[in-house]
Ligand binder design. Structure first.
Ligand SMILES: NC(=O)CC[C@H](N)C(=O)O
Length: 381
């Protein structure tokens, strides 16, 4: 049986024709790419991809299937998913379904069999573009028109579409698989939860609270819309600001909340959380040409001189020229020298643009959770 056709149309008029993968339908979004060779399940369930159509640069995706454990949220969030080739055979003892079945079950419209190198080269030279992925409308002109008219990411609040509506206590543990492959983490595991952290959830990847809990934090998750008063009423020892989708600048409520928390409680932010902390301190953010997405992004910790290989997924970054006097750069992306981490010079607050929780990706940056713990411990009386 031949698979049905699907098409990707870009706003610049390019149309790619391939095979339909996953769900039937039509989606629009910002088309971007990820250079990870593995980790597609974690990527598909990362809420930060809301509003995006993602293409994987690695040539074959899906060979180890999908399992019930490697979820970074309860479901998928991206609009569309593109691969050069989707493995026809799935082989892994943890696998419970194929990638195609998982995409169908989660309503993700996919595309395979296109020249992903050509697509990525176009995105690298022109920058991320708006696009439409469809297996129901196959008319090129109509698809290009829809791509041009689609909303795009800039100026939109996508956090409200993915954040939880109510707070909850976090209970899930860090996977034994992580500790098995990571002796340092295993040695530092604590069972006693002697710190209370409120995590503001803007679309948080679950491996973050799993890590916080593993290092002795009782985590209370609160919706990203919570006010400073609501956070402080929980009487936490510290506050964590999560990753999340879209443009950080329209998120005026969370920025106000963070201003109200600065100096009251120690703060640690990851990705969107880093952008929001920087905005709350008076910095600006800007849209990167094609973003940083992958599990192999080199970052320099300028405080130690060490280079770490990191997992990243962001399309915006903090503008170094706009940094207020109260912030200093602690980390830099070595591919383009952009700001990858900041800390407050006088208050207990720091953040990174990348993902120390990995999932998927290397564990080089896990030390940041320990740095957070040390900052809070130093402040506890
Ligand atoms: N992973 C994230 O938190 C992404 C942050 C923000 N949405 C960006 O694209 O830059």
């Amino acid at each position: 049986m031949t698979q049905p056709i699907a098409k990707l149309a870009l706003e610049d008029g390019t149309v790619f024709t391939g095979r339909s993968l996953g769900a039937e339908g039509e989606v629009d979004g910002e088309v971007c790419f990820n250079t990870s060779m593995t980790g597609y399940q974690e990527i598909l369930t990362d809420p930060s991809y809301r509003g995006q159509i993602l293409t994987m640069t690695y040539t074959q995706i899906g060979n180890y299937g999908v399992n019930t454990e490697d979820m970074e949220s309860a479901k998928t969030h991206m609009s569309g998913f593109i691969v050069r080739e989707c493995s026809r055979r799935v082989s892994n003892f943890r696998s419970t379904q194929s990638l195609d079945e998982f995409l169908k079950q989660n309503g993700v419209v996919g595309l395979s069999g296109i020249d992903t190198r050509a697509l990525v080269r176009r995105l690298r030279s022109s920058g991320s573009m708006k696009g439409v992925l469809s297996n129901i409308d196959l008319d090129d002109a109509s698809l290009v028109e829809k791509a041009r008219n689609s909303a795009g990411l800039v100026g939109r609040d996508l956090v409200k579409e993915v954040m939880p509506t109510a707070g909850q206590s976090w209970t899930e543990k860090l996977s034994p698989w992580v500790k098995m492959g990571d002796k340092i983490r295993a040695d530092k595991s604590r069972t006693e939860l002697d710190l209370h952290v409120v995590a503001l959830d803007f679309g948080m990847k679950w491996n973050i609270p799993r890590h916080l809990q593993d290092m002795g934090c009782k985590v209370t998750v609160m919706p990203g819309s919570a006010t400073a008063e609501e956070v402080l009423s929980q009487n936490p020892d510290a506050v964590f600001l999560s990753n999340g989708p879209g443009d950080p600048e329209p998120l005026l409520g969370p920025i106000e909340t963070i201003r109200g928390l600065l100096g009251q409680k120690p703060i640690f932010g990851i990705c969107l959380g880093h952008q929001l902390l920087s905005l709350a301190c008076g910095a600006k953010t800007f849209k990167l040409k094609f973003g940083h997405r992958g599990a192999n992004q080199p970052v320099l910790d300028v405080t130690t001189g060490k280079v770490e290989i990191t997992s990243q997924n962001h399309g915006f970054a903090v503008d170094e020229a706009s940094l207020p006097d109260c912030l200093e750069v602690t980390h830099r992306n070595l591919n383009d020298n952009t700001v990858a981490g900041v800390r407050h010079k006088t208050l207990q607050a720091f953040s990174v643009q990348y993902h120390p929780e990995a999932s998927a990706g290397p564990h080089d940056s896990e030390y940041l959770f320990e740095r957070f713990r040390e900052m809070v411990d130093g402040q506890k009386v």
